[in-house]
Each structure stands twice: as C-alpha cells, then as structure tokens.
Design a protein around this ligand. Structure first.
Ligand code: NDP
Length: 246
C-alpha cells in the first residue's frame, strides 16, 4: 500500500513532534493529534505549516471513545486512508499509592491505555477491509521495570504489552502489524529542565552514559511503520541505552 495517512497522537509533543516530522518526511500525510486548546499546537502550527505542509494538526481527546471514532471517520473521508497509527499521547500524575487519588489513577489509565483501545478500535475496521496497517504504541521502560511513585503510569504502560500481543494475533493474517516501542530517558524539554546534578546522577545509571534523543525514537517508529517491516508483530522495541534489558 502506498504511503497514505499516519495518525500520531500527541503529535506535537516532546517526542511526538519528531515522530510527526519523520513520517511526514517519508511521504505520509501526518495527522498530528493534540489536546483541545493545545499550547504546543499554537506554538508550532505556523512553523510546521512552512516546513511540513503535509501535516495536519487535529485537536481531540484520546480518552474519549466517541470522539476518537468521529475523528477517524472524518480523517478517512476528508484526508485519506489511515495506514499507520502511532499511539504516543501520554501523561503522568505521579504519587505513591498510599496517597494516590482515584482521579490520578483514572486519568492516567484513560489517557495512556484506554486511548490505545479507543484508537485501535476506531482504525481497525478500515485497516481490516484494506488488509494493511501498522499500529505502534509508545510504552515506557517504566512499564517494563516499574517505578517508585508510578503505579498508575507503569500499569498503563505495562497494559500496552498484553494489548499489543493480543491484537497482533487477531490481525496478523490481515496484513496488520501491532508493536510497542519502549523509550528510556529521552532528552525532551522535561529532562532538560531537571537540575544538572540530578541529570548527572540519572545519566550514570544508563550504560551508554547519555540520554536518548527523540530522533532515536522516531527512527524506530519509522522502521516499524515501514511496509517492509511486515514480519515484525507483537514485538517490543526497547530504546533505553541499556538501562533495562528484558
Ligand atoms: P509530552 O508531554 O511532551 O507529550 C505528550 C503528548 O500527549 C502531548 O503532545 C499532549 O498533547 C498529548 N496528550 C496528553 N493528553 C492528551 C489527551 N487527553 N488527548 C490528546 N492528546 C493528549 O511527552 P513526551 O513527548 O515526553 O512523551 C510521549 C510519549 O512517550 C508518552 O506516551 C510518554 O509516556 C512516552 N515516554 C516518554 C519518555 C521520555 O523520556 N520523554 C520516556 C518513556 C516513555 P498537547 O501537545 O496538546 O499537550
């Protein structure tokens, strides 16, 4: 199938922007999802329109099942067939379980895991009809190893693995691959903002002795999104500088 539409949730965020640019540069029309009233979208819309005219920024809430259904139908009708879905939107609301409020749990599960169900469920009928699709979900090293203060986030990210392996089995015979990518510490603005002494401490825990770059996640996503990666499904690609080897 020719390169058509790639839908990337969180497509103008710290890592998402690099995913958006990478797939746009490969010839996809990228629909970059963001939150309603997104300050990232406001800040980047002008620049992206100039540098990557094949990118459409689309605000919608990934946690809302009905909205995801409507957005996907709308993209299929007005932009083109969705060949690639990248579930990248995510949030953290950290706290030890002892003090974690139900809202902290619910919103992190809704945004990080229910969103994967919402979007896969929405894109799947057309992908099955066309017998082609690439679904990539961005999990995390903390979904693999757990992390102090992140029961909610780690549960959501770990949930992606079971979801991915199950869906991969359901759709493998229909030309659709389903995989996860699990980043370690990636040098986004959030990491850059951490005090240098703490950054240094974190860096020393990473065998390659540096943070990952968002381009390195984009490279993996491009690889898995490629038509020629059709024999890779139900897999997880860990990109963490050797910090956790599972
Ligand atoms: P950012 O916070 O920069 O980006 C997250 C994106 O998700 C934002 O673009 C945001 O939209 C979007 N988003 C959040 N909630 C919603 C919602 N309800 N509806 C629609 N969009 C939403 O984080 P990163 O770029 O760092 O992270 C991207 C992914 O990578 C996440 O899934 C994260 O868990 C994962 N990850 C990141 C690591 C890192 O070191 N940075 C390490 C491991 C995993 P908006 O632009 O409008 O704010």
């Amino acid at each position: 199938m020719e390169k058509t539409v790639a839908l990337i949730t969180g497509g103008v965020g710290g890592i998402g922007l690099y995913l958006t640019k990478a797939l746009a540069e490969e010839g996809y029309h990228v629909v970059a999802g963001c939150r309603p009233n997104s300050s990232n979208a406001e800040r980047l819309a002008g620049e992206l329109a100039q540098s990557h005219p094949n990118v459409t920024i689309l605000p919608f809430d990934v946690a809302d099942f009905g909205e995801c259904q409507r957005i996907v139908l709308d993209i299929e009708e007005t932009i083109g067939p969705i060949g690639v879905l990248v579930n990248n939107a995510g949030i953290t609301k950290d706290g030890t379980l002892k003090k974690m409020e139900p809202e902290q749990w619910r919103s992190v599960l809704d945004t990080n895991l229910d969103s994967v169900f919402n979007l896969c469920r929405a894109v799947l009928p057309k992908m099955l009809e066309r017998e082609y699709g690439r679904i990539i979900s961005i999990s995390s090293i903390n979904g693999q190893k757990g992390q102090f203060g992140q029961c909610n986030y780690a549960a959501a990210k770990a949930g992606m693995y079971g979801f991915t392996k199950s869906l991969a089995q359901e759709v493998a015979a229909k030309g659709i691959t389903v995989n996860t990518v699990s980043p370690g510490y990636i040098e986004t603005d959030m990491i850059k903002a951490i005090d240098e002494a703490i950054r240094d401490k974190i860096r020393r825990q990473i065998p390659v002795q540096r943070f990952g770059q968002p381009e390195e996640i984009a490279r993996a996503v491009s690889f898995l999104a490629d038509k020629q990666s059709g024999f890779i499904t139900g897999s997880n690609l860990a990109i963490n500088g050797g910090q956790y080897m599972a």
